[in-house]
Ligand binder design. Sequence first.
Ligand SMILES: [Zn+2]
Length: 239
Amino acid sequence: MVGTHEHHFTSELALNDAAPGVFLLWSAAMMSAMTIPVDKLLNLDRMRVELLPYDDRLERRELDQIQWLVVHCTELPDMAGARQLGEKILYPDSRTGNSGHFYVDRDGSIFQWVSLDRVAHHVSGFNRPSIGVELVNRGRFPNWWDTTSQQMTQPYPEEQVEAFLGLLDALCAALPGLGFIAGHEDLDRRMVTSTDNPNARVQRKMDPGPLFPWDLVLQRTRLRRNIPQDQPGPPAAQI
Ligand SMILES: [Zn+2]
């Protein structure tokens, strides 16, 4: 009780007696303390923040709205190709495109391309409550929807999986509302006509695919894998 009273007393004194300049400095420090956490709260040694040019044009959201983490793979050979695709403007009205929030390379380096308080376009119908994490992996590249390339054969290296788990830990610590994890393939079950046979249909999304180590990941995180039944098929305007 004494401590509480003392603290209260000190705060009042600081507010009443500080010169206006000091108060302004204090306000500025508080303001940056309030805005910094969005990206600095993760505090990962191996993460580089390289926001996409349209980050600030993406819809804003509150951090406590985030409940899902969606696992993707890029289905491209490397990070440079993924960045090129991420920067591409696909929605002329907002001048934004499709991308995840985070990208994890095969060697374990992590990049953040979209702020957590921005809604990224990475999964049709689930963008607002989710974080998109992309692992670099060829997937079905380059003939994604050919009937002959419907196997995901490239493994996820240990370094990449460990970095992904580290990112997961940091996100779980920073975002208490985050409770579920799902693969893109769990959330988008639509089929499309294949590109090499007009009579055949293939899965629109297969990432992260059968080689993603779900058992290990679910042992190491508090997040629960949640595969919604009865997926509504939103219009194919977004990924
Ligand atoms: Zn995906």
